[in-house]
Design a protein around this ligand. Structure first.
Ligand SMILES: Cc1cc2nc3c(=O)[nH]c(=O)nc-3n(C[C@H](O)[C@H](O)[C@H](O)COP(=O)(O)O)c2cc1C
Length: 398
């Protein structure tokens, strides 16, 4: 009699083949979708899978993917309307990756390939430090927001500097517009010296430097925004920068908090315009310690800084306040809750000359950068602006 039963060994072999064909098919489909920057693939398949990992592991995976150039170069050509110049620096487009994504300067080249117009690395502290204990990063998916209390986990100045020196020696690294965001060590009792060291060390490799005095996760850091401390800090930093040889004198930005009172905003505007303390720009804003009532999910009361969609309006208000208070005398980099071209456009109308993103990139991946740029170009043209700089501050009533 002829039996139709399949032996166990053959069955396992068949299942193995099926798994290989299906797995190979899915692998090929994924590779093609990633190559084509397929937004639907990212939003419906890839990012939900990545978000099954805990947030810090997902973040490390993204940095790893950038470090080993697993994301292809974007095929989107930046339209002329997005080409812009700020402080004599040229940008193909005004959308940058905010500090905190590439803290250790491992991913900059890949971020440029994904389509960012500039990359800000850091915050970097003088000595290496591990930051706060884990878990320290939380997703608020319903709000498309994050709460982080990373606490400046940093490989330290020396290691990060070496990476940037190598990057600058490579052919592609030369054409990258790069900011270095400076922090202070948790145990340092002399913040001024920590920032001075950063300025002296990174001024060869950075296109601009950021004095970050607004992260909520280092005790006392935000007090540096108080008038007296700010004057003392900035007058020293400006002097140190001005004493460098001309080719090493890089623009200095100060990154401020969205939680500042009206009075503090006025004082900061006065200080940063003062002759002795005059920095070249502001970054508005860092994360907020506020917990708006719209927040949902189990992590709303975690300590740390809130970023993403709920930060959009507070950050826009800070941008327009600082634009008005400084009378547009220094450029502002607008950051906080941008997830569309319209959001970026509104930041520009509020007074931002450049825009950065972080949280939306963590939720949507590389295609979001292209979408923001495409939509921003549309909004500029629809409203009759031929360039980003034409639209800066045009939504602000003086
Ligand atoms: C996980 C994480 C780490 C961050 N680390 C830093 C940092 O080291 N230095 C800094 O200036 N800002 C840091 N930020 C703040 C971002 O640069 C940005 O100001 C903020 O997230 C608002 O932008 P977004 O709403 O687009 O995320 C961090 C943000 C996140 C989410």
């Amino acid at each position: 009699m002829c039996s139709t039963a399949v032996s166990p060994a053959r069955l396992i072999g068949k299942i193995g083949s099926l798994v290989m064909v299906t797995g190979g098919g899915f692998g090929a489909f994924s590779a093609i979708s990633i190559y084509n920057e397929d937004e639907k693939f990212y939003d419906n398949i890839f990012m939900p899978l990545v978000q099954r990992l805990d947030p810090e592991t997902s973040h490390n995976f993204a940095v790893f993917a950038c470090k080993y150039k697993l994301f292809p170069k974007s095929k989107f050509q930046d339209p002329e309307s997005l080409n812009t110049k700020v402080l004599n620096l040229s940008f193909d487009n005004p959308i940058g990756i905010a500090a905190g994504f590439d803290k250790q300067a491992e991913a900059a080249q890949s971020l440029r390939n994904i389509g960012f117009g500039f990359v800000e690395i850091g915050s970097v502290t003088p000595l290496p430090q591990s930051g706060q204990k884990k878990p320290r990063l939380f997703r608020l998916s319903e709000n498309e927001a994050l709460i982080n209390r990373m606490g400046f986990n940093s490989d330290g100045h020396e290691v990060v500097l070496q990476r940037l020196v190598s990057l600058r020696q490579s052919e592609n690294g030369k054409n990258l517009t790069l900011g270095v965001n400076l922090g202070k060590n948790k145990t340092s009792e002399d913040a001024v010296t920590d920032y001075c060291k950063g300025i002296e060390l990174f001024s060869d490799v950075a296109d601009y430097l950021v004095v970050n005095i607004s992260s909520p996760n280092t005790a006392g850091l935000r007090d540096l925004q108080e008038e007296k401390q700010l004057k003392n800090l900035l007058s020293t930093l400006v002097r140190v920068r001005n004493n460098l040889p001309p080719e090493r004198r890089k623009p200095l930005f100060v990154k401020i908090s969205p939680d500042l009172s009206v009075e503090q905003r006025k004082q900061i505007a006065d200080v940063v315009l003062d002759k002795l303390c005059k920095v070249d720009g502001l970054i508005c804003s860092n994360t907020t310690t506020a917990r708006p009532s719209e927040l949902e999910g189990p992590h709303t009361q975690e300590a740390g800084g809130l970023s993403g969609r709920p930060l959009k309006n507070p950050s826009n208000e800070l941008i327009s306040d600082m634009y008005k208070l400084t009378q547009g005398a220094i450029p502002i980099i607008g950051v906080g809750g941008v997830s569309s071209g319209l959001d970026a456009y509104n930041k520009i109308l509020s007074g931002a000359s450049l825009v950065q993103i972080y949280t939306t990139f963590a939720f949507h991946g590389p295609p979001r950068v292209t979408r923001i740029k495409r939509e921003l170009d549309e909004h500029l043209r629809m409203n009759g602006w031929s360039s980003v700089s034409d639209a800066v501050g045009k939504g602000v009533t003086r």
